[in-house]
Design a protein around this ligand. Structure first.
Ligand SMILES: [Zn+2]
Length: 406
């Protein structure tokens, strides 16, 4: 086990307070801080601290995959198959979806063939992997994810009482299924500029009227979100598309799992996120980054779904487990009370443990490593018999390792 130093990513949608506060740095930070990456992604690997100096986790794994990854290397090759992050969103992120494994392989080959450079901002597929992702809320976390039951969406569109919306509401009412959602989403996201510049302001006026109206306002969060998105991304067709998605709020400890084809947008909040080690994102709007609507339409799953919230299960070792079908990763959480006996981290390696509250002491055959809030440690496959305990008060520790796919 070795101390692991995360790679800080600054994006415009990040927070100047959340990550700085979490890591005990001065607040506010000089730049908006969006993500802290703990992994071996070539774009920004974390660094392992050792007596002989600091090395990137990518180098450490590549130098001795058999020792660092053990049997995992037989399945996933010489790369750590997941990426762990702390994410802090102050502003909404893009409207996006991720490809399936087959779509990622085909897309990556296609873009290689057509000669789009790997680091080009126009590139959709930067690798050949799918990118299932799981986010666990550390504080209240708001998101849009998956297409809402079309009957409810018809109610929402009618409630806005906008004459220009009637034709779309009736279109969906006549076909309240995945085909109807596909038609409506495709129509809106490809609306010619002249039509968009008429429809969108009318819808936003409808939203304002709705919020100021009397009586039951059951769609208040959805409508408020549309107005916020329009303020952040004026004139963006993604604002209309957002009206079709489930609006959800995760309380601390609750989690959201996003499989291939799920259209989503994180709105705000701080969370621990784990995903397959991939950078394949298809964007449909609400972003200054590269948008590719035809390719997004190709990967989207229009089947309406309930909120894709993961209910954590209690493990035998007292941990809270977030079960997903992703074979690349598994995530669990230990809430360690002060003065309690050390907890054995049985399956921690190969993997990463991340402290999100208090201070944790890791011990292994007499060797000790202290990990404070915002800090992490790399546990190789050769590291066994590791125990964790809270010191100086209660602590919270996430343990990220390779999944079993159930
Ligand atoms: Zn995503």
């Amino acid at each position: 086990m070795q101390e692991l130093v995360g790679a800080l990513r600054s994006y415009a949608w990040g927070s100047r307070t959340a990550l700085a506060r979490l890591c005990g740095r001065p607040v506010p930070s000089a730049h908006p801080e969006a993500e802290l990456w703990f992994g071996a992604h070539p774009a920004d690997p974390a660094h392992v601290k050792a007596a002989e100096g600091t090395r990137s986790l990518l180098e450490v794994v590549a130098a001795d995959p058999a020792r660092e990854l053990g049997a995992v290397a037989d399945t996933f090759g010489t790369r750590l198959p997941f990426l762990l992050k702390i994410l802090a969103a102050e502003e909404p992120l893009s409207l996006q979806a991720h490809p399936s494994s087959a779509q990622a392989r085909a897309g990556f080959e296609r873009e290689n063939r057509t000669g789009v450079p790997l680091d080009s901002p126009m590139r959709n597929y930067r690798d050949d992997s799918h990118k299932p992702e799981l986010v666990v809320a550390l504080d209240r976390f708001e998101a849009l994810a998956g297409f809402r039951d079309p009957h409810r969406t018809v109610d929402l569109l009618r409630a806005l009482d906008v004459p220009g919306l009637n034709i779309y509401a009736e279109l969906l009412a006549a076909q309240p299924d995945s085909a109807g959602l596909r038609t409506l989403f495709t129509t809106w996201i490809t609306l010619p500029p002249a039509a968009l510049s008429t429809l969108l302001p009318a819808v936003l006026e409808g939203c304002v009227r709705y919020l100021s109206g009397k009586g039951t306002r059951e769609f208040t969060p959805e409508v408020r979100t549309a107005l916020e998105l329009a303020e952040a991304y004026p004139g963006d067709a993604g604002v209309l598309a957002a009206l079709l998605l489930n609006r959800l709020t995760l309380e601390p400890g609750q989690a959201l799992y996003l499989d291939a084809g799920n259209l989503h947008a994180y709105l705000r909040g701080v969370g621990v996120e784990i995903m397959a080690n991939s950078d394949n994102v298809l964007r449909g709007g609400l972003t200054p980054k590269h948008v590719d609507v035809p390719e997004l339409l190709r990967v989207l799953d229009f089947e309406p779904i309930e909120l894709p919230v993961i209910e954590p299960a209690l493990g035998e070792d007292g941990s809270v487990r977030y079960r997903t079908p992703a074979p690349e990763f598994a995530l669990c959480r230990f809430d360690l009370s002060a003065e309690a006996e050390p907890v054995a981290l049985a399956d921690a390696g190969p993997g990463i443990v991340l402290c999100t509250e208090g201070t944790v002491e890791l011990s292994q055959n007499g060797r000790v490593l202290t990990v404070a809030r915002g800090g992490a440690a790399w546990i190789s496959a050769a590291d066994t018999d590791i125990k964790a305990r809270a010191i100086g008060g209660p602590a919270q520790l996430f343990s990220a390792c390779v999944g079993t796919g159930n």
